[in-house]
Design a protein around this ligand. Structure first.
Ligand SMILES: [Zn+2]
Length: 185
């Protein structure tokens, strides 16, 4: 009898989670970052992505009107800002792609990774990320639906932090890309 009650409760929990995920999937989301928690403008973008879009278009226009690049480029700063804006937009879209994929299916390793990202954001990569290394096996006992839900809850915190840090992340990714181009790798 006890196990029957437990089974019923688990089924109820599963149904409720499935319903909540269905709500998330159906919600109108930003077409770039897919964040389901923020309002979306008539252009289909949230306020953060919209700001990047506007900035990128403005900088693009300014860079288009510049003379060709010279060795001592006096306009390097403007070109650099455009690179950063392009990079930030790629990051926004990347967040959106990740959410789309994970809402379909979340593997135990994906949850471990999300815990690592969250810990790294709070404690710094050196202290934070190793805290959850090798914990994926905890999540094999969760059902596929529960795994998606757990990942989604964690991602809400991570994506808010990513929006906040977008400019500094874009700057460092842009710098890394430049270095790898110079290094030929
Ligand atoms: Zn967005």
């Amino acid at each position: 009898m006890d196990s029957e009650i437990q089974c019923d409760r688990l089924k109820l929990l599963e149904d409720r989670i499935r319903g909540s995920l269905e709500d998330v999937r159906k919600r109108k989301r930003c077409k770039w970052c897919q964040n389901p928690k923020v309002p979306v403008s008539s252009k289909g973008l949230c306020s953060s992505c919209y700001r990047w879009d506007r900035m990128q278009r403005k900088l693009s226009k300014e860079v288009e009107g510049l003379p060709a690049r010279t060795i001592r480029d006096p306009h390097w700063k403007l070109r650099h800002e455009l690179d950063v804006a392009n990079c930030a937009i790629e990051l926004c879209k990347g967040d959106g792609d990740t959410l789309e994929t994970q809402l379909d299916q979340t593997d135990p390793a994906d949850i471990e990774e999300e815990f690592q990202i969250l810990a790294a954001k709070m404690l710094g990569p050196r202290r934070g990320a190793p805290l959850f290394q090798g914990t994926a096996h905890f999540f094999y006992d969760f059902s596929p639906t529960q795994r998606v839900w757990l990942w989604y809850l964690l991602s809400m915190i991570v994506s808010e932090a990513s929006r906040r840090d977008r400019i500094s992340t874009a700057r460092s990714v842009n710098l890394r890309n430049k270095h790898s181009k110079i290094g030929g790798g």
